[in-house]
Design a binder for this molecule. Structure first.
Ligand SMILES: C[C@@]1(CC(=O)O)C2=NC(=C\c3[nH]c(c(CCC(=O)O)c3CC(=O)O)Cc3[nH]c(c(CC(=O)O)c3CCC(=O)O)/C=C3\N/C(=C\2)[C@@H](CCC(=O)O)[C@]3(C)CC(=O)O)/[C@H]1CCC(=O)O
Ligand SMILES: NC(=O)c1ccc[n+]([C@@H]2O[C@H](COP(=O)([O-])OP(=O)(O)OC[C@H]3O[C@@H](n4cnc5c(N)ncnc54)[C@H](O)[C@@H]3O)[C@@H](O)[C@H]2O)c1
Length: 206
């Protein structure tokens, strides 16, 4: 990350959420970035950018307030075959960042293809209200069922497709959302058989 201002900080937080090892090069940095450096969550080099900073990196983001410098970072990154995002110049990016909603293993990405980042943010906020915790719980359960069918019961993919469709169609998600434990177990056992109760399935994958 080149540039440790407001935008650089937001993008560093996204990188950390994705499990990246982050180095920030910037003469000035926000309080948040200094805290992250103090706790060794990132490496902070408090100096001006040099082309050699790109050596050994997988992905580069330029978010400085100097237009010429951002362009130079783009040129350097292209020359070195790096993935590169420049915050204020979509034409200098070889990828752009989406706005992301995540609820457990459910990930929804929103992009307006550069037409309106502000609207991507608004859609994220709307979708965050719509996709509550029940989606995380539901996917945890569906994953456990899938694993048990595939590994333990050696089900062929063609066989379990209608099973999953039935669970979805009969409202498993809504039952979880409404906390209807008995109805949930009844449906699971009816469609899948004994041994597929909610508690036992979710405990095993713990
Ligand atoms: C999704 C998100 C991800 C992230 O960056 O983390 C993201 N921008 C976010 C917010 C945001 N960005 C801006 C505002 C102020 C309002 C406005 O201008 O609309 C707000 C809203 C706010 O801050 O409230 C300003 C802005 N952004 C770009 C330009 C330049 C230009 O368009 O020319 C300018 C003008 C700069 C200037 O004024 O000079 C360009 C890009 N921004 C993108 C992504 C890519 C397109 C994604 C898409 O279209 O969907 C792209 C092309 C490249 C890239 O950066 O990857 C994140 C939402 C996170 C969230 O909250 O969920
Ligand atoms: N894509 C987006 O979402 C978005 C949103 C708002 C603004 N922007 C654009 O992003 C850029 C950064 O915005 P900001 O609000 O974070 O600015 P800012 O002024 O808060 O931060 C700029 C940072 O760049 C650093 N910098 C300056 N010279 C440098 C050098 N030679 N080497 C390394 N770092 C250097 C500064 O130390 C500072 O930390 C601006 O060009 C702005 O137009 C993009």
């Amino acid at each position: 990350m080149v540039g440790g201002g407001k935008v650089g900080t937001r993008k560093v937080m996204t990188l950390l959420e994705c499990g990246a090892m982050v180095t920030v090069v910037s003469p000035e940095a926000t309080k948040k970035l200094i805290e992250l450096a103090d706790s060794k969550s990132i490496t902070l080099k408090k100096r001006h950018y040099q082309t050699a900073d790109l050596v050994g990196t997988f992905l580069v983001i330029g978010a400085t307030d100097k237009e010429e410098l951002n362009w130079r970072i783009h040129v350097d990154a292209e020359r070195m075959n790096k993935l590169c995002n420049i915050a204020d110049r979509p034409e200098a990016c070889n990828f752009i960042l989406p706005s992301v909603v995540s609820q457990g293993d459910l990930i929804l990405s929103i992009s307006t293809s550069g037409k309106s980042p502000a609207f991507a943010k608004k859609l994220r906020e709307d979708l965050e209200k719509q996709f509550g915790e029940e989606y995380a719980e539901f996917l945890h359960l569906m994953g456990a069922i899938r694993k048990k069918l595939l590994i333990q019961d050696h089900h062929a993919p063609d066989d379990h497709k209608p099973v999953f469709e039935k669970l979805i169609k009969k409202g498993l998600l809504e039952m979880i959302r409404d906390g209807k434990k008995e109805e949930t177990d009844h449906l699971l056992v009816q469609v899948l058989g004994k041994g597929y109760e909610f508690e036992s399935l979710t405990k095993k994958v713990g």
